[in-house]
Write a protein that binds this ligand. Structure first.
Ligand SMILES: NC(=O)c1ccc[n+]([C@@H]2O[C@H](COP(=O)([O-])OP(=O)(O)OC[C@H]3O[C@@H](n4cnc5c(N)ncnc54)[C@H](O)[C@@H]3O)[C@@H](O)[C@H]2O)c1
Ligand SMILES: [Zn+2]
Ligand SMILES: [Zn+2]
Length: 369
């Protein structure tokens, strides 16, 4: 196979603009596939990296929410074929560790792509001068193609529009999975979702599908509240107005409160707004080492529960196709998430818009270099 040229948006250090670079990709090895990227969403987790809130190595093609087409297979790859539409998973389960074996692959202790390389000593992507280039979470979806572990590439229904399939790689699975897999929201349950971005809106859609009522969205931006109502919220409140309304619910709070921002203040509100015996589910990720306070006495006395939800407690091979089928059946209005499609060169502008809390998802549509 001839060497493949790739265009990628490279993280060069906190506070720096992503650098659009022309790179070289080798052929896939054993257990790997080469994926031509079609679309990639820009997630707040990318922004955490760019803003230096999470420590990540410089010299990686960023992006962890994408979909593409299988272009070539390495040896020993089962269940994938050239030409298939795949959604990429930012945790490629090893399938062998004790947590994978228990079916909890979102907690895999040895995922492929850890350290932002396929394996510690293996690199398929490099600069023209031969220096190795990292691949964020092993998938680097801000690259026009990547070699990924076969476990990271999940085939989905070819009727899926690529821009929507891309979002299933992170925001949608995270939000939908938090409701369905982590929190186990029941029909008729009262639900509050704090933060109506890509993840929060996905949680709202899933809670609506599940039959939550009331379903209250909370955000600081009026346009997000309008989107929340379109996504299926019964009520949408500015953050300053929420406490009073939620305290009036049966039991003094909601059965479920899900936090989808990642700020200590709203995490503390999420716990306060949960009813006696209810469940708070934390989805939002704070800057590293940030702490939130818990008023222990009333929390314990009220028999409350506090859960963390990583990747929507999802098993990609099971949940990506399932979520696609819900979309194709019209049960999840995921089109609402796409504020704008953009070119790779516009990725910094998309990150800037996210900082300003402007819009839901911006989705890069890749073109070959
Ligand atoms: N747990 C996981 O596996 C996982 C996966 C993906 C993303 N995340 C995290 O989830 C969070 C949300 O990601 P996203 O991509 O949806 O982000 P986003 O920027 O699209 O959405 C955040 C929303 O919060 C709102 N907001 C911000 N500050 C607020 C405040 N003080 N009060 C009220 N509303 C406020 C914004 O208006 C926006 O609607 C991030 O922290 C991200 O890192 C976690
Ligand atoms: Zn993400
Ligand atoms: Zn594992």
């Amino acid at each position: 196979m001839t060497l493949r040229h790739v265009r990628g948006a490279v993280f060069t250090g906190p506070g720096e603009r992503l650098a659009i670079e022309k790179l070289i990709l080798d052929a896939p090895g054993r257990g790997e596939v080469l994926v031509r990227m079609l679309a990639s969403g820009v997630c707040r987790s990318d922004l955490h990296v760019v803003d230096g809130e999470w420590e990540r190595p410089a010299g990686v093609v960023l992006g962890h929410e994408g979909a593409g087409v299988v272009e070539a297979l390495g040896e020993d790859v089962q269940g994938l074929a050239v030409g298939q539409l795949v959604v990429l998973a930012w945790i490629a389960p090893c399938t062998r560790c004790s947590l994978c074996v228990r079916g909890e692959s979102w907690l895999c202790t040895d995922p492929r792509g850890a350290g932002h390389r396929l394996t510690a000593d293996l690199v398929r992507l490099r600069r023209g001068d031969g220096t190795a280039m990292g691949v964020y979470s092993g998938i680097g979806t801000f690259g026009s193609a990547q070699v990924v572990a076969a476990e990271a590439a999940v085939p989905v229904d070819p009727r899926m529009p690529p821009r929507i399939a891309a979002l299933i790689g992170c925001a949608v699975t995270t939000g939908v999975g938090a409701v369905v897999n982590t929190a186990h929201v029941k029909p008729g349950g009262s639900v509050v979702v704090i933060g109506a971005g890509g993840v929060g809106l996905s949680a709202i859609m899933a809670a609506r599908m599940t039959g939550a009522d009331p379903l209250i969205a909370v955000d600081s931006v009026p346009a997000k509240l309008a989107l929340s109502l379109q996504a299926g919220a019964t009520d949408a409140l500015l953050v300053g107005d929420a406490a009073k309304v939620i305290a009036g619910l049966h039991g003094g709070g909601a059965d479920h409160v899900l936090e989808a921002i990642g700020m200590a203040g709203t995490i503390e509100s999420a716990i306060d707004w949960t009813r006696r015996g209810g469940t708070t589910t934390l989805i939002g990720m704070t800057p590293q080492r940030e702490r939130a306070a818990l008023d222990v006495y009333p929390f314990v006395e009220a028999g409350q529960r506090l859960l963390g939800s990583n990747y929507g407690s999802a098993v990609p091979a099971r949940d990506f196709p399932l979520i696609c089928s819900w979309y194709l059946e019209g049960r999840l209005p995921l089109d609402l998430l796409v504020t704008e499609t953009i070119a790779l060169e516009e990725v910094d502008a998309a990150l800037g818009a996210m900082r300003r809390r402007d819009g839901a998802r911006r989705v890069i549509i890749h073109t070959d270099p």
